[in-house]
Design a binder for this molecule. Structure first.
Ligand code: AKB
Length: 317
């Protein structure tokens, strides 16, 4: 049985990833770690938990060794908009944490996963059907971290034989844990506001297309990639994955199928709008499909139905 250690387990992806991995591999075989202990009652505390600052290399190593982990999933990171507010801190956390986690994987011969992002692309990357291998000159600190991270993971694979794997996630949409500090967060907020207030003011402008994916598909993708036979993988750390390319108007139209008088207006945030415009409109996920069977299940309308009904249930509306 696998023994998996997760960093950033209380974040948007980590929360649902921890629960799913515990369901598959057993409650006691998945160690959740995060900077702070979550509130009592959090699902993350249903199995083993340790407080861990990922910049503390010595503690990370000690925890991994004591738990006898054979896999590390490194999810702790600052997202694009927050990283832009404090770029030096973002570099230290995103790159320092990644290097520490890779070193732990190397020393203890662990399988390794960390996500990259559509943020690894920049303004001179082809905008539509962006191929997996293409120009990557991002203009944000987050993007610089993600490109460096992809290269570093490839380096650990080629130089030390660490079984590193990763995907480039688009915006991830979930009703369990709201994201913080991303550029794509509007596509989550819009659903919560639709249920709570029947209207939403978007900080991303109409006609701005970005890739998105429902969280269940993102979690399935991680598990599928980690279980894929190594000899089937021609690439390792930068698989494009996506389920849809959408703008705020498309999300609103989908919501109106369930809430007909839903209203959308705009108050564009220049910082997040500039980041969004530097990213692709739509990426090509054909290599992930071909090499390890990536197969997202949710399109915009099925995701909208799921989001609205789960949020209504949660908020008793
Ligand atoms: C962000 O908006 O920063 C993230 C991402 C696409 O990596 N959701």
């Amino acid at each position: 049985m696998k023994r998996i250690m997760i960093t950033g387990a209380c974040g948007q992806i980590g929360t649902e990833l921890t629960a799913k991995l515990r369901e598959i591999y057993g409650q006691d075989n998945v160690l959740a770690t995060d900077l702070r202990r979550p509130e009592e009652g959090s699902r993350v505390l249903e199995g083993p938990f340790e407080e861990l600052d990922v910049t503390d290399a010595e503690k990370m190593d000690r925890i991994a060794e004591a738990f006898k982990a054979d896999t590390i999933m490194h999810m702790a990171a600052l997202l694009s908009a927050t990283a832009e507010k404090n770029p030096v801190f973002a570099w230290n956390l995103n790159m320092g944490g990644l290097l520490n986690a890779l070193e732990v994987a190397r020393k203890h011969n662990m399988q390794f996963f960390t996500p990259s992002s559509i943020g690894a692309f920049g303004p001179n990357t082809p905008k539509d059907d962006t191929p997996q291998t293409t120009i990557q000159r991002p203009t944000t600190m987050y993007g610089v971290n993600k490109v460096s991270g992809e290269l570093l993971c490839d380096y650990y694979f080629h130089r030390f034989g660490v079984d590193t794997r990763g995907v480039r996630f688009p915006g991830l949409i979930s009703h369990v844990k709201e994201p913080g500090g991303g550029t794509t967060d509007y596509a989550v907020e819009i659903y919560f506001k639709a249920v709570r207030e029947g209207k939403y003011t978007s900080y991303i402008d109409k006609g701005t297309f970005m890739d998105m994916m429902f969280m269940d598909d993102a979690i399935d993708a991680i598990i599928k990639l980690m279980e894929a036979p190594a000899d089937k993988l021609e690439d390792r750390n930068a698989f494009n994955v996506t389920a849809m390319s959408i703008d705020p108007e498309m999300v609103a139209a989908s919501i109106r199928k369930e809430i007909p008088d839903f209203e959308l207006d705009y108050d564009v945030d220049p910082v997040r709008q500039a980041i969004a415009e530097s990213w692709p409109n739509s990426i090509d996920a054909s290599e992930a499909k071909r090499q390890w069977g990536f197969d997202p299940k949710f399109d915009l309308d099925t995701m909208t139905k799921e989001m609205l009904s789960a949020i209504r249930e949660k908020e008793n509306k």
